[in-house]
Write a new protein. Structure first.
Length: 445
């Protein structure tokens, strides 16, 4: 280990490194940018920052749209801290370093006969970042990823390392697992996995009214389900996915045409058609623009094809019984405002969990994600949607754009004060904060 990398000292503003997230809407110039490879280095970084009276944040894959990863002190790029440490085949548990990306973890697991559950579409996110911000799948019995975590090793704000789980140091575990990075740095994560199986995905056109009216009927068993909603026209696309014994059947030409249609043709035809309908029709006759409606493949491959263009997102999680009314109000808002979203919104359903800062804490939930290309003036729309969601005690996704503060968020989380007590125990000097966490969780005083 090269200790010289962590010697306290000052860096001129002009010489500071720059970090930006994937969407490009969050940028910072940290005092120091670290790329640790060991837990010992994580500890040393925290102790050095504390000695300098500076703060520390961890950047994963940069897939958060909020300022959750920004730092003007020490910033840890944890991407190189990504080893698979252990796979307990009997218990279905994998232990990994927190910087591993979901895509790499899924590849490693597949080669060993296992898969993550739930699976998502942000393959470049790190496992630590995904569980820290509350990322989740969609379906009747599908929970947040944090609810699948069985154990953690956490580096505290004093530079100590704690092992925790639901059976050992439970209050530390519950605070850190979805702690938005303020209750310690996740070092290693042990998460539940399932035996490997291919996924059968089916897409069918519908409309927003039908989807909202038939929510209960659409949700079945262990199936994953989500719906893309065109808030302007009312059109919808329902996407189902379930485990299957079937094997992939498409040849390489079919896969290529599907990729072109999904990533280039369909978005281009839709975008141009909104502005110049005749040109959109002509493009539709020239390039492939109708993706396949049915596929069998590995979950990571199905998810990766839906990554889409660089964008900014806001997501709100509300009680499921309010979904129809809330989304009807959002649709009406979009139509009346004249806003023509270039990307569809996404409706998902999530099972409750018991993680104190989870958006789905003890809540049969529905989530609505509103998306815009990063070049669009999205803030007025996002603010208006947030106003509606707050009428239903909506909880914002920690890793996505929102405008709430710790004063407005505290009443939404029954165990807020308990979390704050544990947070202060783990980080008494407030080493792990930044401007975003000061706003949404409050600063440690």
């Amino acid at each position: 280990m090269d200790l010289r990398r962590f010697v306290p000292g000052r860096v001129r503003e002009d010489d500071r490194p720059r970090w930006r997230n994937w969407a490009g809407n969050q940028v910072c110039a940290p005092l120091r940018l670290h790329r640790p490879l060991t837990e010992a280095e994580l500890v040393l970084i925290v102790r050095a920052a504390r000695a300098e009276h500076e703060r520390v944040r961890v950047a994963g894959g940069g897939r958060s749209y909020s300022g959750v990863a920004l730092s003007d002190g020490h910033l840890i790029d944890i991407g190189g801290y990504d080893a698979l440490l252990d796979l307990n085949v009997t218990r279905g548990l994998v232990t990994v370093q927190a910087g591993i990306t979901l895509r790499r973890l899924e590849d490693e697991l597949w080669s060993r006969g296992f898969v993550l559950h739930p699976w998502g579409d942000a393959g470049e996110s790190t496992l630590g970042g995904a569980i820290s911000t509350g990322s989740h799948g969609s379906g009747l019995h599908v929970t947040s990823l944090a609810a699948r975590v069985a154990a953690l090793r956490v580096v505290t704000g004093t530079g100590d390392v704690l092992d925790c789980s639901p059976e050992r140091e439970r209050e530390v575990f519950e605070a850190a697992v979805t702690g938005v990075g303020v209750a310690g740095i996740l070092s290693t994560v042990t998460v539940q996995v399932q035996p490997a199986a291919h996924i059968h995905q089916h897409e069918e056109p519908s409309d927003t009214v039908t989807v909202l009216e038939r929510q209960s009927a659409l949700l079945h068993g262990d199936e994953q389900l989500e719906a893309e909603l065109d808030l302007q026209s009312g059109a919808a696309l329902v996407r189902r996915a379930r485990r299957t014994e079937r094997q992939p059947e498409l040849g390489w030409r079919d896969r290529l045409n599907d990729e072109v249609a999904t990533r280039v043709g369909e978005p281009s035809v839709r975008q141009v058609g909104r502005v110049i309908p005749p040109l959109g029709e002509r493009l539709g006759r020239v390039i492939p623009h109708e993706p396949l409606t049915e596929r069998v493949d590995r979950a990571p491959r199905l998810a990766a094809r839906r990554t889409g263009p660089r964008r900014v997102e806001m997501e709100y999680v509300i009680p499921r019984q309010h979904a129809r009314e809330a989304i009807e109000r959002v649709s009406d808002l979009v139509r009346r405002s004249g806003w023509r979203p270039s990307l569809p919104a996404v409706l998902r359903w999530v099972a409750p969990d018991t993680v104190p800062l989870s958006m789905c804490y003890r809540r049969e939930a529905a989530s609505l994600t509103v998306r815009a290309r990063r070049s669009e003036p999205y803030q007025p729309l996002f603010e208006a949607v947030e106003t509606i969601m707050r009428d239903y005690e909506g909880r914002p996704h920690w890793g996505k754009v929102h405008f709430q503060t710790h004063e407005t968020l505290r009443p939404l989380y029954p165990r807020w004060d308990e979390f704050q007590t544990t947070r202060r125990r783990l980080d008494p000097s407030g080493v792990f904060g930044n401007a975003y966490t000061d706003r949404v969780l409050g600063a440690v005083r």
